[in-house]
Design a protein around this ligand. Structure first.
Ligand SMILES: [Zn+2]
Length: 145
């Protein structure tokens, strides 16, 4: 139970490069030590924040627990990039969230569906197996990210 979610700094650099490619060098990846969420895209600051302890807990209870820690982290990143792309493509719908950056608020369901959809579109070909994980998500929302 005291296992630590294992993410190398080399991998984090690759992930930051992936994020930069899809966000025109604008979005940053930040580790957060608060346990209130596992991973989230923050529109106001244009950052993806993650908490490793929460991610570890989420992975253990998810249908994706067969993935390695880094693979699981990467799936979550594509989902968060999906949120970024959703904000870019649907700015009218999201103007309210500019002022209230709380995921519980309205639009959450559509926002989550869009995040899985747009995230899936940018999964690289060598990660096609991730697409299956994305298809499983929108209906049951079993990953709360
Ligand atoms: Zn989400």
């Amino acid at each position: 139970m005291n296992r630590i979610f294992i993410i190398s700094s080399f991998f984090l650099n690759l992930i930051q490069d992936t994020i930069s490619i899809h966000t025109n060098n604008s979005c940053k990846l930040l580790e957060e030590h608060e346990h209130t969420f596992s991973m989230a895209y923050h529109l106001k600051d244009n950052v993806i924040k993650y908490n490793l302890a929460s991610l570890e807990k989420m992975k253990e209870n998810s249908p994706l627990k067969h993935l390695s820690d880094e693979e699981f982290f990467e799936v979550c990143i594509y989902h968060e990039l999906g949120h970024y792309l959703d904000y870019k493509k649907n700015q009218d719908r999201h103007s309210v969230r500019m002022e209230n950056d709380y995921p519980e608020l309205e639009f959450k369901f559509i926002g989550e569906q869009n995040a899985w959809r747009y995230g899936k579109e940018i999964i690289p070909p060598y990660r096609t197996e991730f697409s299956k994980n994305f298809e499983a998500q929108p209906q049951n929302q079993c990953l709360n990210i």
